[in-house]
Design a protein around this ligand. Structure first.
Ligand code: PGA
Length: 240
C-alpha cells in the first residue's frame, strides 16, 4: 500500500483527481470504478474543472459504480444514479451508455446482481477503482460480516451505515435498509485501487485497514492483499 498523507479534504480531493486524471490521460479507454458519498464529491469537482480546461477527455471512458440503494428509482434524488449525474456525468463528455450503476428498482435482485457482474466481465475488468470507506470499514456496501463477499450481491445495511447516511435524507426512516453492492472479490480484481478518507470519523477504520488483521469484520482490511493500492487520506483520517 502506498499512503499519501494530505492536510485536509481539499488536498485529498486535488490529489485524488490528479491520480484519476493521469489514469485517463495514459489510457483514454479506461474502465473506472466509481464511488459515491461525500468523500469523492470534491474529487469529481476537480475532475470537472480539468475537463473544462481541456486537460482530460471522457469520450472513451467507461464506468461502473460500486453500489446503489435497493428500492430507489433513478430519478430519486437520493439514488446514486442521481448523484453521479449531479456531480460528474452531466458536466463532462462521458457517454451515458458507457456508465453503469446497479439498478435499484430491479424487481429480481439475483438477476440484477448477475447482470451487473456480467457487465464488469464484458468490460474486461476495472482499471482504477475509487473507494471511500465507511466508519465501520465498509467498502462499497460490503458491511462487516463473517466472510468476505464475492460478486455483486444484495446487502442488508448495518445500523451504523444507516445512521451515517441519514444526513442525506429528511428522516432516518427514509434511509433504505438494503442495497446492491459489488463484492470484495469484484473490488480486489480491479488493477489499481484508490482509497480516499477524510475526517476523524474515519480514523479507526483507516488505522485498521492499514495495520489491522485482515478480517471480514473490517472489510477494507482485505486491501492489504492487493498489490496496487493507493490511500490518500488527510491528517485527521490518519490521526491514529
Ligand atoms: P462518505 O461515505 O464518503 O459519505 O463518508 C463513505 C462510505 O460509506 O463508503
Amino acid at each position: 500500500m502506498k499512503v499519501y498523507k494530505v492536510k485536509n479534504y481539499e488536498e485529498m480531493s486535488k490529489k485524488a483527481a490528479n491520480i484519476i486524471a493521469s489514469q485517463i490521460i495514459l489510457n483514454p479507454n479506461s474502465v473506472l470504478g466509481l464511488a459515491t458519498g461525500s468523500t469523492p464529491e470534491g474529487t469529481y469537482k476537480n475532475l470537472v474543472q480539468m475537463y473544462n480546461s481541456a486537460d482530460i477527455d471522457f469520450s472513451q471512458i467507461k464506468t461502473v459504480n460500486l453500489d446503489e440503494y435497493k428500492g430507489l428509482s433513478k430519478d430519486s434524488d437520493q439514488s446514486y444514479y442521481y448523484y453521479m449525474n449531479k456531480h460528474l456525468f452531466s458536466h463532462v463528455n462521458i457517454k451515458i451508455s458507457n456508465t453503469n450503476i446497479p439498478d435499484g428498482s430491479a424487481q429480481n435482485g439475483q438477476e440484477e446482481c448477475e447482470r451487473y457482474d456480467n457487465i464488469i466481465d464484458e468490460l474486461g475488468g476495472i482499471d482504477l477503482q475509487i473507494l471511500g470507506i465507511g466508519n465501520n470499514g465498509h467498502i462499497g456496501f460490503n458491511e462487516p460480516d463473517e466472510v468476505f463477499s464475492k460478486g455483486t450481491h444484495e446487502v442488508k445495511l448495518t445500523q451504523s451505515t444507516i445512521d451515517a447516511n441519514a444526513r442525506f435524507f429528511k428522516t432516518k426512516d427514509e434511509v433504505p435498509k438494503f442495497a446492491y453492492s459489488m463484492g470484495a472479490k469484484s473490488i480486489m480484481k480491479a488493477r489499481k485501487i484508490l482509497l480516499l478518507a477524510s475526517g476523524k470519523s474515519k480514523a479507526d477504520a483507516i488505522f485498521k485497514t492499514i495495520n489491522g488483521p485482515i478480517t471480514p469484520q473490517m472489510p477494507a482490511s482485505i486491501l492489504q492483499l492487493h498489490n496496487d493500492v493507493i490511500i490518500v487520506a488527510d491528517e485527521e483520517a490518519l490521526s491514529l
